[in-house]
Design a protein around this ligand. Structure first.
Ligand code: MN
Ligand code: MN
Length: 471
C-alpha cells in the first residue's frame, strides 16, 4: 500500500469520518447480526400492538431471571444485582437491574416506546352499505393515509365484554386466517380523486375496513352486518355494544421480512419504535451487575404526544422510583435521584432516503448502515418542543461509544423548517435528568412497511449495553 501523504494523515486526525457498519465488523459480528435479525423479526411478529409488546417483553424478561418488582420487595427488599420488571395497565413495562450503588448517583435510563401508528376502530364502528360490511376507523399517530389502502390488514386488540370478561382478538396473522382491507378507487375513475392533495388522497373518514360480504339468510334489513356480528359472537361472545369498551387496532398483516438480495435490511410494520425497544431489551438481558441502577422504559402513547396514563407524561416512572426507594431503604429524595440520572431516549431517527434527499441536510442526517444515531435535539422550527442535550452529556455518551467501538453517527430530524417532531426525550428532561436521543435509523417511517438495517440493530444493542455498563 502506498504511504499516506501528509495531508491524508492530517485529515485522518482532523476530519470526521463517516463509517458504514458493514465495513467495520468481522465475521463473528456478521453471525451475530444474522441471529439478532432472526430474533428481532420473531419479536416484531408477536408484538404488533403496545399490549402485545408489553406482554412479550415481560415474558422474555421472566425467562431471563427478571422477577415482578412487587414480589421481590414483598420478599424483603431489593439488593444489587436484582433483576426486576413492572407492567402498568398492560401497556407499559419498566424493567431494570439494581446496580452496586443502588440509587446513589442516580439511574441509567434507556427509554423507548412500544406504540406505533395504526387504524383504531371507532367506538361504534360496524355498518352495512351496498351489501358490504365495514368498520369505521380513527387513525392513531401520524400516518400518510393513502398508504393504508389496498393491502392486507390484521385486527389485533382487547375487548371487555358486557359481562366484564376480557377477550383478546387477533385476526389475520395465522395461516388460514382471513385478512381485512381498506379499499381504494380504481385509477380509471380517479380523475377527481387525483386532483386532491396527496395527504387528502384518502381522507380519514374513507379509511373504512372491509369486514364482510355474505348476508345471513332470512328477513332482516342489514343481513351482512348481522352476519359479521354473528361471527364475532360465535368466536368471542361479542355483541355490538362491546365495541364501546374495546381497543381494536388494524395493522398491516403478515410477518417481518428480510429486504434486499443481501438480506441486510428488515422490513416490517411497527419498527418505530420497537426496533429500539428490542435493542434496549437485548442490551439489558445481556447486562451483568451495573454500577448504577439500569432502567429500561417501554412506554406507550409516544405517537400521540406521550399523553395519557400510559405515556411518558404520566407518573409511572415515579411509582417505580418509589418502589425502588422503599425496596432499597434509600433516603435520597426522588427529585435528587432523577437529577443525578442519565438517559438515552431510544427512538428511531429518519435515515436519508436516496429518492428524497431534498428534505435532509446531508451533513446532519443519519445514514442507513451508518450505526446508531445520536440526535442532540428534535423539535420543530426554532427547536420548539425539543430537549436540547447538554454538550457535557453528549460528550460523555460519545466517549462511551468510542471506547466500546460502537459505530455511531449524528442526525437531525430533517432540514431546518422542513417539518419536525419529538420523542420522549423532552419529558425525561423535564424530570431533571440528562438526556439525549439515541436511536436506529429508519426508512419509510410510520408507513405500513418500515425499513431498518440489521447492522444498525447490532450497533443499537452494543450502544445501549455500553451506556449501561459505563459508570
Ligand atoms: Mn418513535
Ligand atoms: Mn413515530
Amino acid at each position: 500500500m502506498a504511504e499516506k501523504s501528509e495531508l491524508e494523515l492530517l485529515a485522518e486526525n482532523l476530519v470526521l469520518e463517516k463509517k458504514n457498519v458493514w465495513d467495520e465488523i468481522g465475521p463473528i459480528d456478521r453471525e451475530e447480526i444474522i441471529m439478532l435479525g432472526e430474533e428481532y423479526k420473531r419479536f416484531l411478529d408477536k408484538s404488533k400492538t403496545e399490549r402485545e409488546a408489553a406482554a412479550v417483553l415481560s415474558e422474555m424478561a421472566s425467562q431471563k431471571g427478571f422477577l415482578p418488582l412487587d414480589s421481590i420487595i414483598s420478599r424483603g427488599g431489593l439488593k444489587p444485582g436484582d433483576r426486576f420488571f413492572k407492567v402498568f395497565r398492560e401497556k407499559v413495562v419498566i424493567m431494570g437491574i439494581i446496580g452496586k450503588l443502588g440509587l446513589a448517583s442516580g439511574l441509567k435510563i434507556i427509554g423507548s416506546h412500544i406504540d406505533s401508528p395504526r387504524l383504531d376502530l371507532k367506538p361504534n364502528p360496524l355498518y352495512e352499505k351496498r351489501e358490504l360490511a365495514l368498520l369505521k376507523t380513527h387513525y392513531y399517530g401520524g400516518i400518510k393515509k393513502y398508504q393504508w389502502t389496498a393491502m392486507p390488514l390484521a385486527l389485533h386488540g382487547t375487548v371487555i365484554l358486557r359481562s366484564g370478561e376480557k377477550v383478546c382478538i387477533c385476526i389475520g396473522e395465522h395461516k388460514g386466517d382471513p385478512v381485512l382491507t381498506v379499499t381504494d378507487l380504481l385509477p380509471h375513475l380517479s380523475k377527481e380523486q387525483g386532483k386532491r392533495k396527496l395527504f387528502e388522497g384518502i381522507k380519514g373518514e374513507e379509511l373504512n375496513i372491509l369486514v364482510g360480504s355474505v348476508p345471513l339468510q332470512g328477513d332482516y334489513k342489514e343481513r351482512v352486518k348481522l352476519a359479521v356480528l354473528k361471527h364475532l359472537n360465535d368466536a368471542y361472545g361479542l355483541v355490538e355494544e362491546d365495541f364501546s369498551s374495546a381497543e381494536l387496532e388494524a395493522v398491516p398483516a403478515g410477518p417481518a421480512r428480510d429486504v434486499g438480495l443481501d438480506r441486510g435490511l428488515i422490513g416490517a410494520y411497527g419498527q418505530d419504535d420497537r426496533v429500539c425497544a428490542f435493542a434496549s431489551y437485548k442490551a439489558l438481558e445481556q447486562l451483568g451487575m451495573p454500577q448504577r441502577t439500569a432502567l429500561a422504559l417501554f412506554m406507550d402513547k409516544e405517537e400521540i404526544g406521550s399523553m395519557g396514563n400510559t405515556g411518558m407524561q404520566s407518573r409511572v416512572l415515579d411509582m417505580v422510583l418509589e418502589d425502588l426507594s422503599a425496596g432499597l431503604s434509600s433516603t435520597i429524595s426522588p427529585v435528587r435521584v432523577l437529577y443525578d440520572s442519565e438517559a438515552l431516549s431510544a427512538d428511531v431517527s429518519p435515515g436519508i432516503d436516496p429518492s428524497w434527499e431534498s428534505v435532509m441536510d446531508d451533513l446532519n442526517s443519519a445514514r442507513i448502515g451508518g450505526g446508531i444515531c445520536l440526535t442532540k435535539y428534535t423539535g420543530s422550527r426554532g427547536k420548539s418542543e425539543a430537549s436540547d442535550a447538554n454538550a457535557e452529556f453528549a460528550a460523555k455518551v460519545r466517549r462511551i461509544f468510542n471506547k466500546n467501538r460502537v459505530i455511531w453517527q449524528t442526525g437531525e430530524l430533517g432540514k431546518v423548517d422542513a417539518g419536525g417532531g419529538g420523542t420522549i426525550a423532552q419529558f425525561l428532561a423535564n424530570l431533571n435528568m440528562e438526556v439525549i436521543d439515541c436511536g436506529i435509523p429508519v426508512l419509510s417511517m410510520h408507513s405500513p412497511f418500515e425499513i431498518t438495517s440489521k447492522g444498525d440493530l447490532l450497533m443499537g444493542c452494543r450502544a445501549y449495553r455500553a451506556f449501561w455498563e459505563s459508570s
